[in-house]
Design a protein around this ligand. Structure first.
Ligand SMILES: [Zn+2]
Length: 505
């Protein structure tokens, strides 16, 4: 009785959407969801680190599910490389500084070290000192005021001036590089400011090839289409400071004057130039987003897209101590559960008598745990135009904490949140809107950054979060299936409407 009443109710809700179809299917399957979670979070997949063979196995599994439910590959293939690279320091890195008619070759490591975010290439240009190299519009600070750094190599100090430190405002070395590039500089040389620091040795990036104690797995990752690699950037040490200012003490005096508010332009360098040769080698690694789609049935609306996504990667495995203790971060809740949920939503869409009017896209992301790499790569090179993407639903950790389901960021997309609240009358979860603290880092953020309205479903943190104990037997598959049903009902409504939603900042 209850079920037939439920189906009737939904039929009336979706009568126009389904154009009178009589077999609208809403029953998500706890069994299917459970099987997905148990496979994805099995020890065989070794915690689905990005990149890893286990992650690739998971991608293959997801693609096979799509194929089974006749969900089409997006752009000819289910697998979309996120263009993940790991970098190492190549041969031939060199730095020469020339002051007057004297030139000094700085040794790699003790004299200078390239930053991990540095561009590769060769530059030779005059040096200009730009103080702390900070630009802070809030406080009206611009170290570059009165300086022309176009076509030049800028020399900047580490840290920030006291007025910014007082407010605990930091500016990373990479941000300094970006600021220098925006001002037209062709390279950046950072030196440690001797007024506030004792050790002036260059750190740059901790390249394993420069130190025996640094393991190779510390090599930096990046997604290849990263737009931030602008100019060569190195951290230089005392030989460089001595070549330019005579001594660290001389620079210390200048820095103390800067701290009093004197502008960097008051401290011109002697006629000096440097040549930098930077060679950072990128090795491409295998890591893929997995994307499938169902084309909309409406001639116009099929060119609009609703994305249902979640990350399928996790943290991998720690070193095996050899004592039989668990070292595999299975990530059953985080995020085998959300992956299973997306697959279940995809299955529900595929079994309807007719496709929805808009196109729906199912997207499983790699590299979330390393900093949203997969979703960032997608928004940089979208398969479907972002301007035609009407909403993104993100499922991340949906199988814990009883009946509770948090809808984070609900206030930013009130129209969408209202739909979820309405549909939850059928799923009966304890829906909690905008609980503090969980809005940030998951893949919806990559889409929100492009003004795409989103819904973020998460059942909340727990004691096994990011621990080896986040195992499949602790995941509540029936609960994840209910969340999948709620996500499906909401996505189905969005995909059959012609409305557009906005995102409030
Ligand atoms: Zn997660």
């Amino acid at each position: 009785m209850k079920n037939s009443f439920f189906v009737l109710l939904l039929l009336s809700l979706f009568a126009t959407a389904t154009r009178g179809q009589s077999q609208f299917v809403v029953d998500s399957s706890a069994q299917i969801v459970k099987a997905h979670i148990h496979y994805l979070a099995s020890d065989a997949l070794m915690g689905r680190n990005t990149p890893s063979a286990g992650l690739d196995s998971a991608a293959g599994y997801i693609a096979r599910q799509f194929a089974k439910w006749k969900i089409k590959p997006a752009g000819g293939n289910y697998l979309h490389s996120i263009g993940l690279y790991q970098q190492h320091l190549g041969e031939g890195n060199s730095m020469v500084v020339a002051v007057g008619d004297k030139s000094v070759q700085l040794p790699l490591k003790d004299g200078f070290i390239p930053f991990g975010f540095s561009a590769s290439g060769r530059v030779e240009a005059p040096l200009v000192f730009a103080g702390y190299g900070v630009v802070d519009s809030v406080r009206g600070i611009d170290s570059y005021q009165g300086l022309d750094v176009h076509g030049k190599l800028v020399v900047v100090l580490s840290d920030t001036p006291p007025v910014m430190q007082k407010d605990d405002v930091k500016m990373s070395e990479e941000e300094k590089m970006l600021a220098a590039a925006r001002k037209g500089a062709v390279g950046m040389v950072l030196v440690t400011g001797p007024a506030h620091r004792l050790i002036l040795k260059p750190r740059g990036y901790t390249w394993p090839s420069l130190s025996k104690i640094i393991p190779n797995n510390l090599l930096p990752f990046e997604i290849g289409r990263d737009v931030h690699k602008d100019i060569p950037a190195v951290h230089a040490g005392e030989p460089f400071i001595e070549a330019l200012w005579g001594s660290a003490d001389a620079l210390k005096n200048i820095q103390l004057k800067l701290d009093e508010g004197v502008m960097p332009s008051a401290f011109p360098l002697p006629v000096a130039a440097a040549s930098l040769q930077i060679n950072i080698v990128k090795d491409e690694l295998s890591a893929n987003n997995v994307i499938g789609c169902i084309e909309g049935s409406d001639q116009d609306l099929k060119n609009e897209f609703v994305i249902i996504g979640g990350h399928y990667d996790h943290l991998g495995a720690g070193p095996d101590k050899g004592d039989g203790s668990d070292c595999i971060y299975n990530g059953a809740d985080d995020n085998a559960s959300g992956t299973a949920g997306v697959l279940e939503v995809a299955r529900l869409f595929s079994v309807q008598p007719e496709p929805p009017r808009r196109s729906v896209v199912f997207m499983l992301f790699a590299g979330e745990e390393r900093g949203l790499l997969g979703s960032q790569a997608y928004v940089q090179q979208p398969v479907f135009p972002l301007k035609s993407t009407v909403a993104m639903i993100n499922l991340d950790m949906i199988s814990r904490n009883g009946d509770s389901l948090f809808l984070e960021g609900a206030a930013s997309c009130p129209e969408l949140s209202a739909m979820v609240v309405e549909h939850n009358k059928q799923t009966g979860l304890n829906l909690i809107l905008d609980h503090n603290g969980l809005t940030g880092g998951s893949d919806h953020a990559s889409f929100a950054g492009h003004n795409i309205p989103f819904l973020f479903f998460i059942s909340g943190l727990h004691a096994d979060y990011h621990k080896v104990t986040d195992n499949p037997d602790r995941s509540d598959a029936p609960k994840a299936a209910r969340v999948a049903r709620l996500a499906f009902l909401t996505a189905w409504q969005i995909a059959n409407q012609q409305q557009y939603y906005s995102i409030k900042k």
